[in-house]
Design a protein around this ligand. Structure first.
Ligand code: AMP
Length: 417
């Protein structure tokens, strides 16, 4: 990087074919995580990236991998991701950014007939993107051999830990050559992830992009509600939003219930949760991405890593169970350069997580209505006035800066049926 000016992709010693595909993908300047990681990774260093989804971290590891494995015959790079959806999105990025570089990607993820994996594996991939469980199956059957892997990328290591994948990750890493480059990405650093780093990376360079970056770009609104207020408030917010809306709920059952109610009133509604078949999940994700569905009702795990541009509004119908989940959810809106709106329904039971979140992001989040905004209908006994913590309002929905006017958001595209 050249000091004192905006970074460019041409600052990196990437093959011309890759620079061409980057430009075709529409990336003009590297995001901060890319600006910091790509050079180090190209020098062969182990990199520990502290970044969340929406920061451009996929390209931060994909570009150095493409540069190094292009034109190799053997399977030289492995990428591990916690969910099928994320793995598929990572593979899609490899295809886009490696189009002119002879990069052959195979994706092996659970929930898809294993026969399809065999077909993908027979095509001599040089990059393998996998979820841990399915990869272990292949290692056990001898259908994937990892002895030529020179580069390993572990994405969303903290989520892997949350999902109980640590034993599998350790087994997979134990099957890899020790002479390799490792890149790991995580938004938070629970002790098990710290241990994973300590045992499997060589003097990793830590690269951190502001944990709150996407949160900074999203306008955040909190609504103090009781359980019975949630549905009318949701209906009101859905009615006010023209563009894509992602609604988070805590359980699969809730996702089904809400889907029934919302789809009776709105067109273009889909749901995404772990009990849905893979084919149904793909239809929901693709439909949400291409505009067939405007409203997606999802659980955390299913929506993890969901890469959809222009989500106008993320609604936390159920407040997330952890501060980290809040940050990941909000990362669904306000991706890379765009801005977005995030509304969260907060019941008294959610307050401890809210307090932890405020600590984590160093910002006090104030309930909607405290800045003199009109409290939404359906929550008349809550909302405005002072928050339960007794904090005085002021300065918008967050204490650090004023709220952004809704009028400044570009007009959203109404979705077809
Ligand atoms: P990620 O955090 O990797 O999931 O990326 C989030 C979104 O940002 C994806 O849609 C990427 O295609 C997009 N993206 C990644 N890098 C850039 C960049 N340098 N410029 C513009 N968009 C980018």
């Amino acid at each position: 990087m050249i000091a004192g000016r905006e970074p460019h992709f041409t600052d990196f010693p990437l093959h011309a074919s890759i620079l061409k595909d980057i430009a075709e993908a529409g990336y003009v300047t590297p995001t901060p995580i890319q600006a910091q990681c790509i050079g180090l990774a190209l020098e062969g260093k182990d990199v520990l990236g502290m970044a969340q989804t929406g920061t451009g971290k996929t390209a931060a590891f994909a570009l150095p991998i493409i540069h190094n494995v292009a034109r190799t015959v053997e399977m030289a790079a492995l990428v591990l991701a916690p969910t099928r959806e994320l793995a598929q999105q990572i593979s899609a990025s490899f295809v886009t950014l490696g189009k002119s570089s002879d990069v052959r990607v195979a994706t092996v993820v659970g929930g898809i007939p294993i026969k399809e994996d065999y077909r993908a594996l027979q095509a001599w991939p040089n990059v393998l993107v996998a979820t841990p469980g399915r990869l272990i199956d292949h290692i056990q059957c001898g259908t994937v051999v990892l002895k030529e892997i020179r580069m390993l990328a572990v994405d969303e290591a903290d989520r892997m830990y949350d999902m109980g994948f640590m034993p599998q990750i350790n087994r997979i890493i134990a099957a890899l050559p020790t002479e390799r480059q490792t890149m790991m990405f995580t938004a938070t650093m629970p002790p098990d992830v710290e241990a994973l780093v300590r045992h499997n990376m060589r003097n990793p360079v830590r690269v951190q992009v502001g944990l709150t970056a996407p949160v900074e770009r999203a306008e955040q609104k909190l609504y103090n509600v009781g359980d019975k207020d949630k549905m009318p408030l949701l209906m009101k917010l859905l009615g006010e939003t023209e563009g894509r809306v992602l609604v988070f709920v805590r359980t699969k059952r809730k996702s089904e219930n809400l889907y029934r109610i919302v789809s009776a009133r709105h067109r273009g509604v889909a749901r995404l949760h772990g009990d849905r078949e893979q084919a149904q999940r793909t239809i929901a994700m693709d439909g949400f991405r291409d505009g067939k569905f405007r409203i997606l009702i999802a659980t955390d795990i299913a929506a993890r890593g969901l890469d959809v541009a222009d989500i106008e509004h993320v609604i936390n119908y159920d407040f997330p169970g952890s501060a980290e989940d809040y940050i990941h959810r909000i990362g669904r809106t306000a991706r890379v350069a765009a801005k977005g709106l995030a509304s969260s329904f907060v019941t008294p039971m959610d307050k401890p997580v809210l307090r932890r979140l405020e600590k984590l992001i160093g910002t006090e989040l104030l309930p909607h209505g405290e800045a003199g905004e009109e409290a939404p209908r359906g929550q008349s006994s809550h909302g405005g006035g002072r928050s339960e913590s007794g904090r005085a309002g002021g300065g918008g929905s967050r204490r650090r800066r004023g709220g952004r006017g809704r009028g400044s958001r570009p007009a959203a595209q109404p979705a077809p049926g």
